[in-house]
Write a protein that binds this ligand. Structure first.
Ligand code: BMA
Length: 329
């Protein structure tokens, strides 16, 4: 392994399959995809765009479950191997210590970030039915304490960094509108306390054709000795609607609004049947990544066609080597 993963832990039991010998891509899919079915729990219409993290001797997660009334809900879940999940049949009931906090109206696209002994959840939360970035923390994935929304509407894809950088916590986000948002850049905001956010910086705008409509941060960035490895989704508008793919970028370790490398092509685009057919066709949408500090193996959880959840694999060495030869900033 050339690239070193910083601050991570060894994850010998994380999901993994070796790259197929006939695969020339940087990312390869789990052969048993999807790992989470749309009807895995009684109330679910679909389970996708979800977050998993190492927890205890296994894994825990926060799952986007659209129920059969088509409400967008968040459910907690646990797994021994990161592949077979026990997802709670009931949605998360957030504890609100301050009754003036906005009540939960809906939740989607969660990310989970471990910072200083707590698992922070960020998700797209409604304030008076207007989307912005909701926040909560948990110690055990049983009780979740909701805190202040990070930003005013309209915003989506809030993704925390796992530690303070230059004295502040940092979050990527994508200011948006109230609908299906035909635009969107990734910005970075800073906070001394995970409550008040400011010192906003622009990170990147859509650039290449595959991401020409909008982009948004995906999983929590992975710290490496070369910078923060960020997987991010990009959207192309075709004559048949949006197509969601994803790629990778490398952000400066100390000033992560600075983009060091950025893939000029997608790494994964909707090509398998379960990515092309579903409630929203042609969507691959990554929300979480596991990284093994010992081997550099990376497993990415991604939503497929807004319906089910898939896994794909790569290594830190493979992605960085690809960025070295396929970058266009
Ligand atoms: C975005 C979000 C995602 C979804 C994507 C494609 O705006 O709502 O949850 O996967 O659209 O429908």
């Amino acid at each position: 392994m050339n690239v070193k993963i910083i601050g991570g832990t060894p994850l010998p039991n994380m999901p993994w399959q070796d790259k197929p010998t006939d695969c020339s891509d940087v990312l390869w899919r789990y052969t048993e995809n999807p790992v989470i079915r749309r009807d895995q729990i009684p109330c679910s219409n679909s389970i996708f765009n979800s977050a998993a993290v190492p927890f205890g001797s296994g894994f825990a997660g926060v799952f986007r479950v659209d129920d059969k009334a088509r409400n967008m809900q968040l459910h907690a879940g646990f797994s021994d191997d990161g592949i077979h999940w026990q997802i709670a049949p009931e949605r998360i009931e957030f504890v609100r210590s301050d009754s003036s906090l906005q009540p939960f109206q809906y939740g989607y696209d969660p990310r989970v970030c471990f910072i200083e002994e707590r698992y922070y959840v960020t998700w797209c939360n409604a304030m008076d039915w207007k989307p912005t970035i909701g926040m909560a923390y948990t110690f055990d994935f049983k009780t979740f304490y909701q805190t202040e929304n990070a930003f005013l509407p309209f915003n989506r894809n809030g993704v925390l960094f796992p530690r303070k950088i230059g004295g502040n916590y940092m979050m990527l986000s994508r200011p948006s509108d109230s609908g299906h948002t035909p635009f969107g850049d990734i910005f970075l905001s800073q906070s001394p306390d995970l409550i008040y956010w400011g010192k906003h910086r622009h990170v990147m705008a859509p650039s290449m054709s595959w991401e020409s409509t909008k982009i948004g941060a995906g999983p929590v960035p992975i710290e490496t000795d070369r910078g923060w490895l960020l997987f991010y989704h990009g959207v192309l508008t075709s004559c048949n609607g949006f197509v969601y793919s994803f790629s990778a970028a490398l952000l400066d370790r100390d000033e992560p609004w600075k983009v060091l490398k950025r893939g000029r092509e997608y790494l994964l685009s909707p090509q398998k049947l379960y990515e092309c057919v579903g409630d929203v066709p042609n969507v691959v949408f990554p929300c979480a990544a596991l990284a093994d500090a010992d081997t550099g193996r990376i497993a990415i959880y991604y939503g497929c066609a807004d319906t089910c959840t898939g896994l794909c694999f790569t290594t830190a060495d493979d992605v960085l080597a690809w960025l070295d030869t396929h970058s266009q900033i």
